[in-house]
Design a protein. Structure first.
Length: 109
């Protein structure tokens, strides 16, 4: 069982990597907001709320890393599906390299 320090550290680590996790998930398939929340929870065990994910999606769109399209539903209102741009893909690749590099450096110590 994790002690309190490790629980807090794990939470902060996941928060810090959340943009990376979102880009990674959207590089696999386009999602609407709630679906993305569920994907992060199911695949990574990350509990993300709507009040966290939607401002992040807006920031990523403002940085030209994501775009969205409205998709009509058979019943109910249209859903906003988010997907990664080419710039988002190149940033994701750079983020992956940075994670590998920092991990290598940490292991050398």
């Amino acid at each position: 069982m994790k002690n309190e320090f490790l629980k807090n550290w794990d939470t902060q680590l996941k928060k810090g990597l959340l943009p990376f996790f979102v880009l990674q998930a959207l590089s696999q398939k386009e999602c609407y907001g709630y679906e993305l929340i569920q994907t992060l929870k199911d695949s990574l065990g990350i509990e993300v709320t709507e009040s966290t994910i939607y401002p992040l999606l807006i920031r990523l769109m403002n940085d030209s890393l994501l775009v969205f399209k409205w998709v009509e539903q058979q019943s109910g209102i249209p859903r906003k599906y988010y997907f990664i741009t080419d710039e988002g893909k190149s940033n994701l690749a750079a983020m992956q390299e940075a994670i590998v590099e920092i991990t290598k450096k940490a292991q050398k110590q």
